[in-house]
Design a protein around this ligand. Structure first.
Ligand SMILES: Cc1cc2nc3c(=O)[nH]c(=O)nc-3n(C[C@H](O)[C@H](O)[C@H](O)COP(=O)(O)OP(=O)(O)OC[C@H]3O[C@@H](n4cnc5c(N)ncnc54)[C@H](O)[C@@H]3O)c2cc1C
Length: 382
């Protein structure tokens, strides 16, 4: 049987692409090397921050607005709670990348926000010990999405719309031909008119011919049980937050999700070491726990309680930390979603829509100019 489209890799982005393609009546085959909703890629760990005032670049804001709409639509379609908007705090020096970049993108797009000085931040949210000169940008429509539930919801919708999803079937190669593309797996081979490559940390392997300068890094997620109890860390009491300390090592937290007694903390980039997705070290080492404890002890002391759990995950970074979303420069029947550089999950819903546009029409109305792979042709890491 030949398909309209094959989706290579069914994690955050691929599950969304399979759904959007199936919703357009396409015959879709999704292929995934691991089991459904596994924890060996980049879309696991209970929660992912979602926010609109986007310090990374204002160009993301229109995509975020659509991403919110599509997450809400998916919630309605599945009855699943996928997104919780409990607000967000971007804390740091007023002229730092986090606060000034978030404010700049909010101003450019007319997004509402509030600036709190350090004493007002502490008054409203007593968990913090901010630097005296720090300020916080508060955004009401920030919060978190649930990655495992999001992937599952996209699978459920895709399957009920007729997509064929195959797990534990690794793609070994693909090649273009006169009718589209032929994909080889460890078990079989398949033909389709279009191929979507959404392979996360393995994108470099499946897109080797493109020579994208992708760097996979090992990232850690920690859950701590706050001293004095979890109550002040309930989503009703405290928003998600990102803190930019004076050494620039941004770290963040998502409050106690769904009645859990622990709170998530992680570095945004500070602890990422280059890693091979096949041989990544999944053990957490004492010195790594101590490293994040140092930041919690200084800025959110009551969070520095017992370590309840920790997990490894992977970022797939581009040199400029912007995504790659495009048709393949040499093969227009191939669409690519890669290099999400540690901030992609919140966009899965809209990236699925964009990938369906690219695979169906070869173009999209969404603004994706920033994500062209050709910008990276001669790029190197600093
Ligand atoms: C610790 C951590 C914290 C993060 N926090 C946030 C956050 O707060 N907010 C946010 O927006 N983003 C965040 N991110 C980033 C976000 O999670 C990722 O950008 C996003 O999940 C990437 O999705 P993906 O589909 O590209 O990768 P994945 O979800 O990993 O999917 C790729 C899939 O392809 C499969 N695959 C690969 N090769 C093959 C093959 N040959 N054959 C078949 N299948 C294959 C893999 O098994 C995998 O399932 C975080 C990431 C990490 C690691």
């Amino acid at each position: 049987m030949s398909y309209d489209a094959i989706v290579a890799g069914l994690g955050g982005m691929g599950s969304a692409a399979a759904y959007h393609l199936a919703a357009r009546g396409k015959r879709v085959l999704g292929l995934e090397r691991y089991t459904p909703v596994h924890d060996r890629g980049s879309s696991h760990g209970q929660s992912r921050i979602i926010r609109q005032a986007y310090f990374e670049d204002p160009a993301y804001v229109p995509l975020l607005l659509r991403a919110y709409e599509l997450w809400e639509r998916l919630e309605e379609e599945t009855g699943e709670k996928l997104m919780t908007l409990n607000g967000g705090l971007m804390i740091g020096p007023p002229d730092g990348a986090l606060v000034s970049g978030s404010a700049g993108s909010a101003d450019e797009h007319g997004l509402p926000y509030e600036i709190l000085d350090a004493s007002e931040l502490k008054r409203r949210y007593p968990i913090f010990e901010p630097d005296p000169e720090a300020v916080a940008l508060y955004e009401e429509r920030a919060g978190f999405v649930r990655p495992e539930a999001g992937v599952r919801a996209h699978f459920d919708r895709a399957s009920s719309l007729g997509a064929e999803l195959r797990f534990e079937e690794r793609i070994t190669s693909w090649e273009t031909n006169s009718s589209g593309v032929r994909v080889e797996t460890e078990r079989s081979s398949y033909e389709a008119e279009r191929l979507v490559v959404s392979a996360g940390a393995w994108a470099g392997e499946l897109l080797a011919g493109l020579g994208l300068p992708l760097e996979v890094t090992r990232q850690l997620l920690f859950w701590f049980r706050p001293e004095g109890g979890v109550k002040p860390y309930a989503p009703e009491r405290v928003p998600i937050w990102i803190y930019e300390p004076d050494d620039g090592n941004m770290f963040y937290s998502v409050p106690a999700v769904d009645g859990e007694d622990s709170v998530k903390a992680a570095f945004f980039r500070a602890d990422g070491k280059p890693a091979d997705p096949e041989s990544i070290d999944r053990e957490i080492h004492d010195e790594e726990v101590e490293f994040i404890r140092g930041y919690l002890a200084r800025h959110v002391p009551s969070m520095n309680g017992d370590l309840v759990d920790a997990k490894t995950c992977m970022y797939t970074n581009t040199p400029d930390e912007h995504f790659v979303i495009s048709t393949h420069p040499e093969h227009p029947q191939i669409s690519i979603a890669a290099g999400f550089s540690g901030h992609g999950y919140k966009f899965c819903s809209v990236v699925g829509e964009i990938l369906a546009d690219l695979a169906t029409d070869g173009k999209t109305e969404h603004p994706i100019e920033l994500f062209s792979p050709t910008r990276l042709t001669n790029a190197t890491y600093g």
